[in-house]
Write a protein that binds this ligand. Sequence first.
Ligand code: ADP
Length: 259
Amino acid sequence: FDVHGAPIISNHGRLKGIALVLHDITELKKLEQIRKDFVANVSHELKTPVTSIKGFTETLLDGAMESEELRIKFLNIINKESDRLQRLIHDLLELSRIEKDVFQLHWQDVDLNSIIDDVAQLLREKAKEKEIDLQFVSEQHCEFEGDPERIKQIIINLIHNAITYTPNGGSINVKVNRTEEAVELRVSDTGVGISQDVLPRIFERFYRVDPARSRHSGGTGLGLAIVKHLVEAHEGKINVESELGKGTTFSIIFNRKRE
Ligand code: ADP
């Protein structure tokens, strides 16, 4: 609580009482903490690749460059860490753009099936590398009002995650469904799953169940935060169900017409 007090003085100059104003600042404090955590997280996430790039560059300049083997090895690491920095900066800018009040979607008629086809095409190779069976089932036309580029981004992030968090030989199923008012998209995988106690946290910025696994796969920890914002900008709803060791299903419902 934020407390302000002031004496109440009578006409004769006597103290009649004290006025206290109690301000509940729990919410403010919470927001301030979230902001601080975010800045600390960003700093940490940026520092790690920069430290590594600097370290390996210095080692090269100090003489490691003489060895062709080390040169190639270190340059590859520097390249990978630069990629990570680039992805991180891209996702951070993206998130800040989406979170701005002035962020606007380019609304038009969206054909969900054709977007999923595009994304499946884009990620098929990645799935194949892990011998993951990527299936897309649709028996209906699923048109609705939305921003096609943003819908594509949502689907890329979900399928990309499904591939990342599914062991070799697993499968991913993408399904769409349509009713009079809404379309539903479901992305299911037979992956590692997420335990119930952390399930509500996965949409938080930088939250990862297994940080090492996420980093190894090039994740920034921002993908689902971006997805959630984009779904909400569309006035849609996202839901996740998961069972540890069995798999995860993300489902999104979009209204067919803007409210
Ligand atoms: P990341 O870049 O780490 O993948 P995301 O924001 O996309 O960041 O996801 C946050 C975390 O949620 C991931 O680190 C992972 O622990 C978990 N996660 C996301 N998608 C899945 C999935 N399909 N199966 C299991 N865990 C998942």
